[in-house]
Design a protein around this ligand. Structure first.
Ligand code: MN
Length: 340
């Protein structure tokens, strides 16, 4: 940790401003990590601008940003080429889930997803990727703790929620560091604010999508597989919401949730069948060879998208994703039944 901190502060020496970038449609872990990084850099007298791509969809994330006063703005409000130092958190260059132009190689990458595009990562001066961690928030909390920077209550709440949501209350892919850091942060957590973040008021649209998704879920009983079609959605995060919801069904080992928005297909994968098969690997297999496709994630959760499609391509590719998914898992189409 010491050496990493020194390398990082050395890289930022005499720099005035850093652009900190979350992944596209950022989740709480990405938002909290960016916020923590800003705090670390501020302790060195360096200003940062925090940006995201896509949209802030989930109600939880909106309340998090509002209540914890996280100064996050759309990347469309800045010109990334104006920054000498760009830092990417909870994502990796050209992984398809960050909003940076492909020609812009960041100077800093801090992430916990399995390392990708190693040729590209070699061009990044500072890389800290720890796939054993359940969250990037834990990594960033370690930086702050190691450098003795004061973690205020709002930051502690953000980091705690970042860890909690990425690891499903420390029960999913959390390592001992995630657990230890959570315990250390807890005394400072604004518990009432956290409750408001975790149980926000939800728009009617949320329930409409849920109803539609449930009524359009197919079930392969012998394989423990569900495929849910959400149809057209406004908030891409809803595929993850539905996938998380359905993986709780008794006897289910795999869930694929699919949706479309504008000219894009979004999908989310969940499994309880790891280590037999990894969600990250299956997600990447689903989009293999498909132009404009990107996917990735972790052992038990993953997702992806395919961009810029015509309406006809959209239907074909959704079928293709379904076919590939059912083939890999040995599902027999003749045994497909409605879930409800
Ligand atoms: Mn994460």
């Amino acid at each position: 940790m010491r050496e990493r901190l020194e390398a990082l502060s050395h890289l930022l020496m005499n720099k005035r401003k850093v652009l900190i970038v979350t992944h596209t449609n950022p989740d709480p872990d990405s938002i909290a990590s960016a916020y923590a990084m800003r705090h670390l850099f501020a302790s060195w007298g360096i200003n940062s601008v925090l940006v995201y791509g896509g949209i802030i969809g989930r109600a939880e994330n909106k309340v998090m940003i509002n209540r914890l006063r996280i100064p996050l703005r759309s990347i469309q409000t800045v010109n990334p080429f104006n920054f000498k130092i760009i830092s990417l958190v909870d994502a990796q260059p050209s992984s398809g889930n960050n909003p940076l132009p492909p020609s812009l190689v960041p100077s800093i990458v801090v992430d916990h997803h399995p390392a990708r595009k190693t040729s590209l990562l070699k061009k990044v001066p500072f890389v800290d990727i720890r796939p054993g961690y359940g969250s990037t928030s834990s990594i960033m909390a370690e930086y702050l703790m190691e450098s003795d920077v004061d973690i205020n209550r709002r930051l502690a709440t953000a980091l705690y929620y970042g860890i909690k949501s990425d690891t499903r209350d420390l029960g999913r892919s959390a390592n001992e560091v995630d657990i230890k850091i959570s315990a250390e942060l807890y005394p400072k957590v604004l518990v009432k604010t956290l409750s408001q973040i975790e149980y926000p008021r939800l728009p009617r649209e949320y329930f409409r999508i849920l109803q539609k998704a449930l009524s359009r879920t197919t079930w392969y009983p012998t394989r423990g597989v569900l495929i849910s079609e959400l149809g057209v959605i406004g908030d891409p995060d809803m595929v993850a919401v539905v996938a998380d919801f359905l993986i709780r069904v008794e006897g289910i080992k795999w869930v694929l949730a699919l949706a479309q928005r504008d000219h894009e297909i979004f999908f989310s994968l969940r499994t309880t069948d790891y280590p037999k098969r990894s969600a990250d690997r299956l997600a990447r297999a689903l989009i293999k060879g498909i132009e404009g496709g990107s996917a990735g994630g972790h052992d038990t959760t993953a997702g992806g998208r395919i961009g810029l499609l015509s309406l006809q391509e959209m239907d074909e590719l959704r079928e293709k994703l379904r076919d590939r998914f059912t083939n890999v898992l040995g599902c027999n189409a003749a045994k497909e039944v409605p879930f409800i």
